[in-house]
Design a protein around this ligand. Structure first.
Ligand code: UDP
Length: 451
């Protein structure tokens, strides 16, 4: 790198599935010689002591008591984008001034795709900007489809269309498109695609070339924008410290150490999706009846009183949980999926969880909930064939059958073999293949606008 020091300002929204990859990207780019400032909201904020090499700047004070759920995430994003503009402008101006004093330059502002309003501020201040996409590239392409549907007056979708395949996005069906059914969702979808249309310096994609080759190709054709598929970020940023909002319970690793190879089903719906009490009971009974061991994350706030609910379960189910189960509030998911005892993952198919699972060769029971999760589920089950699409019947008998299909049956073994093959291919892409090349291109591209 040249003599002048280059600083990157990274701007992340207060959602676990977005902040984590942003900090992983920060770790990667820091290892390439860049200085790092992370601008973040005041709630769900990262712990600076876990990342001593970065500067952290809280810039957004609103929404501090908001409990993020699938119902309010779109509105939360809208508020975030409206209210962040002026504090961000001030933050970036301060950073420019500070950089001058320290003989640095602000080489690039990298913002999460959900924070689309950053783009205009960066332009106004003449700072180069890039977008980090923390969902799949295929999901990004669905926003283009959404715009087409919107323009041709096809929204809202007719029920009769829902099972039809989306032209040029097969095997996605119309029902898999990330529609949020809220007043702000149209605006959000349009803004998301606008971040491509305004042609930022580039779009950093947390994906691997071969996993989404056709989507990457199509997006490049449509938007003539530089795409940098440098993922999976968690794999490249091997030494990235934890950025969990909830403390990780490592006792489950000791529990896994005592379980047989590939015998445990890991059950987690990520940081936002959840089951209600009735569904939790069906899950508990289904897991118990499946006779498989399980590690189950029940996040704080999922239901009012987990201990009381556990006490209310049938005696045989309680016994099964004692003998074959481990329940935690939050798991160190990376270590869990890498553990030799884990043979399957029942997941909501958030993009981070999806990548983390395929990178460890673990097949998935796909139970998508909202947003991009149906797209990811479809990739897992119908494109890569390492996941089992959930029927959506939350009933103990069905749960028992699905768990056995993945954990015991030949079908599950075949998915595991394919997942292991994918894991190896991903490792090659990271070591000296497409992701390695894309990362070098990304660094070159940032430096080239700062010559
Ligand atoms: N995660 C974790 N421990 C848990 C559950 C989830 O560390 O007990 C992490 C997981 O590894 C992933 C993130 O939380 O990196 C969830 O992101 P994802 O995109 O899968 O789903 P979201 O939470 O955004 O719906």
């Amino acid at each position: 790198m040249e003599n002048q020091r280059h600083r990157l300002v990274l701007i992340a929204p207060p959602f676990q599935g977005h902040l984590t990859p942003m900090l992983q990207l920060a770790t990667i780019l820091h290892s390439k010689g860049f200085s790092i400032t992370v601008a973040h909201a005041h709630f769900n904020s990262p712990d600076p002591s876990n990342h001593p090499n970065f500067s952290f700047l809280p810039f957004f004070y609103g929404l501090s008591n908001t409990h993020i759920s699938s119902k309010n995430i779109v509105d939360t994003c809208a508020t975030l984008n409206t209210k962040c503009v002026s504090p961000l402008r001030k933050l970036l101006l301060d950073q420019i001034e500070k950089a001058n004093i320290n003989h640095e330059n602000i080489a690039c502002v990298i913002y999460d795709g959900l924070m689309h309003s950053v783009d205009s501020v960066a332009r106004e201040l003449k700072l180069p900007s890039m977008v980090l996409r923390t969902t799949s590239t295929t999901n990004l392409l669905t926003y283009h489809t959404f715009l087409q549907l919107h323009t041709s007056g096809c929204l809202p979708l007719q029920d009769s269309m829902l099972l039809d395949l989306v032209p040029e996005l097969e095997p996605l069906r119309f029902k898999d498109l990330p529609m949020f059914n809220s007043a702000s969702s149209d605006v959000l979808q349009q803004q998301l695609i606008k971040t491509l249309a305004v042609r930022p310096l580039g779009v950093i994609c947390n994906t691997v070339g071969f996993l989404e080759e056709s989507s990457l190709y199509r997006l490049r054709q449509l938007y003539k924008v530089g795409l940098f598929p440098i993922g999976p970020l968690h794999m490249i940023a091997q030494n990235s410290s934890s950025s969990s909002f909830v403390e990780e319970d490592y006792s489950c690793i000791a529990w896994l150490d005592n379980q047989a190879r590939k015998s445990v089903l890991y059950v987690s719906l990520g940081s936002i999706a959840s089951w209600d009490e009735e569904e939790l009971t069906e899950v508990a009974c289904g897991l118990a009846n499946s006779e498989q061991s399980f590690l189950w994350v029940i996040r704080p706030g999922t239901i009012d009183d987990v201990s009381e609910w556990l006490r209310s379960l049938p005696e045989d189910v309680k016994l099964a949980i004692d003998e074959r189960g481990c329940i935690v509030k939050w798991a160190p998911q990376g270590e869990v999926l890498a553990h030799q005892a884990v043979g399957g993952f029942w997941s909501h198919c958030g993009w981070n969880s999806t990548l983390e699972s395929v990178c460890e060769g673990v097949p998935i029971i796909c139970q998508p909930n909202f947003g991009d999760q149906r797209v990811n589920s479809r990739l897992l089950s119908h494109v890569w064939k390492v996941g089992l699409e959930w029927s959506n019947i939350m009933e103990r008998g069905e749960i028992e059958r699905v768990v056995r299909r993945v954990m015991v049956n030949q079908e599950g073994k075949e998915m595991r073999q394919r997942a292991l093959k994918m894991k190896n291919e991903i490792m090659l892409a990271v070591k000296d293949g497409s992701s390695y090349d894309a990362l070098n291109e990304l660094v070159k591209s940032i430096l080239s606008v700062n010559l």
